[in-house]
Design a binder for this molecule. Structure first.
Ligand code: BTN
Length: 240
């Protein structure tokens, strides 16, 4: 199954994610990429830094699978970005995945992924809107890291874009062909280890415990101090 990528470029937009969502042409393969974003947004309505020379884009997929599989898709997109970025830095072994889909370089965030969806009346994922920000040349002063810090060659955001879209196409096709379980194993190979102490911040409060793997839908298992296990489907996690 090939995705026909249709790339629309802008110099400046408020948010590529909103342009895509509001476009009447947002069918599978439609990509919005911008050099600058004035209101780039992240998960939990956080702001996203738009440094010059960074990559900011959003694309649409139409998986038409049940909504419960969204967690798998979220991890698979993170894995696709991770795999693509390996080709752009001198030390690919320093890349790592953090649940659900952050990509870290030596423990610091170099990419953020925002996933939003719309469901059909029968509960299928009609559209998946995937927004990706990659710190190619710059990172915000207070957090994060750029790819350029780990690369001896000059990096072009458009090369990174094409590599990521290529990986998304390849992994998404495997997902559609029933390979989700294998893909989650591949994700786990690049993620924090079982037993890693973590702090989980769901919508409210904080939970501390140890990472205890994924369930078959890509939810996180948190092992609490009393050894009970909690399933987390949406939260930010912090590695301790
Ligand atoms: C996060 O880590 O919280 C997700 C950040 C996602 C940022 C990207 S940049 C391109 C796209 N447009 C947006 O407004 N947000 C996403």
């Amino acid at each position: 199954m090939n995705i026909e990528w249709n790339i629309e470029r802008f110099e400046e937009v408020a948010s590529t994610q909103d342009i895509l969502k509001n476009s009447s042409a947002n069918s599978e393969g439609h990509v919005i990429v911008a050099d600058r974003q004035t209101q780039g947004r992240g998960r939990y309505a956080r702001q996203w830094f738009d440094g010059e020379g960074n990559l900011m884009f959003s694309f649409a997929l139409e998986p038409r699978c049940e909504a419960r599989f969204i967690g798998q898709l979220s991890l698979i997109i993170g894995l696709a970005v991770h795999n693509a970025l390996q080709g752009f830095i001198d030390t690919p072994e320093k890349l790592m995945l953090k649940w659900p889909n952050d990509v870290l370089l030596e423990g610091e965030k170099c990419c953020g992924i925002l996933i939003e969806s719309s469901l059909s009346s029968s509960g299928l994922i009609d559209k998946l809107f995937v927004g990706i920000g990659i710190n190619v040349l710059q990172a915000p002063d207070d957090m994060g890291v750029s790819l350029s810090r780990y690369s001896s060659s000059s990096l072009m955001p458009s090369d990174v874009l094409h590599a990521v879209l290529g990986q998304v196409e390849s992994l998404y096709t495997r997902f559609q062909n029933g390979e989700a379980e294998v893909l989650l194993h591949e994700w786990s190979a690049y993620a924090h280890e079982i037993g890693q102490p973590i702090e989980v911040k769901p919508h409210e409060g904080v939970l501390k415990g140890r990472y205890d793997g994924l369930d078959e839908l890509g939810n996180l298992y948190l092992r609490l101090e009393d050894e009970s296990r909690k399933t987390i489907s949406a939260a930010d996690i912090f590695l301790l």
